[in-house]
Design a binder for this molecule. Structure first.
Ligand SMILES: [Zn+2]
Length: 220
């Protein structure tokens, strides 16, 4: 086989591979929303734990995402439940709805670092919560942080991936999308870190279709 023919084959294979990856990029795991998104620290959360969310959220929601560090809010005392030694996520969401507002059409993602729970539910804890179709969503880093557990080593890369998935999930609820049963979909409700790590950060087809239907209804 001549050297030119080999080079020609390599180029052809390269073109096929690049087309393939272009295709998967264009499959569209995103949704296209009208609202801007503002990220607000709730309590003590360092900026580096928020800034990595911006490009990922901009990609998934096809919109502008802002860090609103100056709107930082304390965790309300009344959200703490002494018996559970955890925080009631809905109380924090209520406080966010009351205290935070931004110009135009917007959604708010609060990020905190305390253990959240849902009273009278079977879940021992939750990664986050949102008001479905509302303006506010909340995630907590604490259960996603490999460093939070005995013997766990710091791993910011893994923490960032988990936070991105849960931020997209909870914000997805603010745009009206329900939990899905597809364990790969970002809208799947994970009961533990294993399930969270298994799912992707993408809206799979059923979640996208639900969003499209909701948008159509809104326009009617
Ligand atoms: Zn959910």
């Amino acid at each position: 086989m001549s050297i030119f023919y080999r080079i020609f084959l390599v180029i052809i294979v390269f073109i096929i591979i690049s087309c393939g990856s272009e295709d998967s990029k264009n499959k569209g795991w995103n949704i296209d929303v009208d609202s801007d998104i503002y990220i607000v620290p709730i309590g003590d959360v360092e900026e580096k734990y928020l800034s990595h969310l911006v490009p990922k959220l901009e990609e998934r929601f096809t919109t502008k995402v802002y860090l609103a560090l100056d709107k930082r809010m304390p965790i309300p005392d009344y959200a703490y439940d002494e018996d559970a030694n955890q925080y009631v996520a809905m109380y924090i969401l209520t406080e966010m709805s009351k205290k935070l507002s931004f110009p135009g059409d917007y959604k708010i993602l609060g990020v905190c670092n305390v253990d959240l729970f849902l009273p009278e539910s079977n879940y021992p804890f939750i990664f986050g919560q949102a008001i479905r179709g509302g303006k506010v969503a909340l995630i907590s880093m604490i259960r996603m942080n490999p460093n939070s557990y005995v013997g766990g080593k710091p791993n910011d890369e893994l923490l960032f991936k988990r936070m991105q998935k849960e931020a997209i999930h909870e914000l997805g609820h603010t745009f009206g999308i329900d939990n899905t049963y597809d364990p790969e979909c970002v809208m799947f409700l994970p009961k533990d870190l294993k399930e969270l790590d298994k799912k992707t950060d993408s809206f799979t087809l059923p979640a996208q279709q639900e969003f499209i239907e909701l948008t159509k209804k809104k326009k009617k």
